[in-house]
Design a protein around this ligand. Structure first.
Ligand SMILES: [Zn+2]
Length: 448
């Protein structure tokens, strides 16, 4: 090789590396190609079968859809109201609804259409059909108990674990505000149902026996198909948890288990702190991921500052729980920027459900983009679908959640491609991760 050729080749290498670094430099605004990228990507993203990591499937008259209920007259944010016109678009897409409003007369058409489909697709086939229509392969059923009209192969169960924290006389808890007046009796009911399931007629007198009852319930729920336990504790008390010794919890339990005396708030919280941490520990032992509601919640008395997702940091970053997998349900919304940094822990994941319903896609896109740019392998898709009423059900809610999420995801990725952050191939990998693969990996083959 002549000297001149060597110099020429070295110049080429230098030029190529410059070209590469120019291509690799992100820019602060999307280019004019962003719309085209979005249009190209959307059909690809709609083809990805999803795993819905958080949902409440079921019919409006089924009280087991959740372990709790909305308090009467609770304020609803704009987009989750049942008069959201997008729900009419949902009914059109799912059922061929022919009208542009939901007048009482027209609503009858929708109710009749659904009951006709339920006859045509009896038992579990009806909700399987709904999942097929929105290209969701499986959806978590976060329910008090499972329903016989949901196919367990496509609706893995996530059961509730909060009620173990409220075994005493709850008079003071119930009286705190009108919302707790609805919530706490439902926790008592849930605890009673676990007791019935385990043939426990009254609370054991000894703390150790109470802990054994908890272990048995978890074990049986796992055998009944439960893949995770869920806490919605933020509705009932602050989500900062002290770390009391067992002896202290034992003393409180044995003082109040017989029921007559109302425990002081301080003592009750200490007992609950111990039980919460005990359950989190069991989550590691049983390979049962721990789902925790981390967001605003329904009810006008929901205390946002006391249930701030960052309050959980001392539990999430506690090395004693490194074998417990945590899923921050609703991604801390509206503190989703803080929440994603908690996913730095290898065992902490983020679920986006509710964010896609509380916000319109244009805003939810920014949430997903920020998450995708931080810990993309730790974020999972969910709808938080819920039956609205006798006319608009979990069906329309599923559709709206899935459509909003897919569109916001596509928009986030289109911007990232246009801004030179990622390639299109990488964007599709990230989309598969968020919509399906990241969540499915958590359960080690139990779901698909
Ligand atoms: Zn939910």
């Amino acid at each position: 090789m002549t000297r001149r050729i060597i110099i020429f080749l070295s110049l080429l290498v230098v030029a190529a590396s410059f070209a590469q670094s120019a291509a690799g430099q992100a820019r602060p605004l999307p280019g004019p190609d962003v719309q085209q990228i979005y249009q190209r990507l959307l059909p690809e993203i709609e083809k990805i079968p999803a795993f819905d990591h958080h949902a409440h499937p079921g019919f409006a008259d089924d009280p087991d859809v959740d372990a709790m209920a909305a308090p009467p007259d609770a304020s609803e944010p704009l987009r989750t109201r049942d008069d959201n016109p997008e729900l009419i678009a949902a009914a059109k897409a799912l059922f061929g609804y022919p009208y542009d409003d939901l007048s009482a007369e027209h609503a009858k058409w929708l109710v009749a259409k659904k009951s006709e489909l339920k006859k045509q697709y009896p038992g579990a086939a009806y909700f399987d059909l709904i999942l097929d229509k929105i290209n969701t392969e499986s959806s978590v059923a976060n329910r008090a108990m499972m329903a016989d009209y949901l196919d367990p192969k496509r609706f893995p169960w996530v059961f509730f674990a909060d009620s173990f924290m409220w075994p005493f006389n709850n008079r003071r808890e119930t009286a705190r505000n009108p919302d707790e007046g609805v919530f706490i009796p439902l926790q008592e009911k849930m605890l009673h149902r676990w007791m019935q399931q385990e043939n426990v007629s009254q609370l054991p007198a000894k703390f150790n026996d109470y802990l054994e009852f908890i272990v048995r319930t978890l074990d049986d729920n796992t055998k009944r198909g439960g893949i995770a336990m869920k806490f919605e504790v933020a509705y009932f008390r602050p989500t900062t948890f002290s770390d009391p010794p067992r002896s202290q919890a034992e003393e409180i339990y044995e003082k109040y288990a017989s029921g007559g005396v109302v425990p002081g708030e301080g003592e009750y919280r200490i007992f609950q702190d111990y039980i919460f941490r005990y359950l989190v520990g069991l989550g590691g032992r049983f390979h049962l991921p721990v789902h925790i509601h981390t967001a605003v919640g329904i009810g006008d008395y929901f205390n946002l500052s006391q249930s701030n997702v960052m309050g959980l940091e001392s539990v999430l970053r506690d090395p004693r729980y490194h074998s417990t997998t945590f899923v921050l349900i609703h991604g801390g919304y509206p503190l989703e920027r803080e929440a994603i940094w908690l996913a730095a822990m290898k065992n902490v994941y983020i679920d986006s459900s509710f964010g896609e319903l509380a916000q319109y896609p244009a805003a939810f896109k920014d949430t997903l983009k920020m998450w995708l740019e931080t810990f993309p392998e730790k974020i999972t898709f969910g709808t938080d679908c819920f039956p609205y009423n006798e006319v608009l059900g979990a069906e329309e809610s599923y559709w709206l959640g899935a459509e909003s999420s897919r569109k916001a995801l596509t928009a986030a990725l289109a911007e990232m491609i246009s801004e030179n952050e990622i390639t299109e191939a990488r964007a599709l990998e990230l989309a598969h991760g968020y919509l399906h693969d990241n969540a499915v990996k958590l359960y080690g083959g139990k779901v698909h």
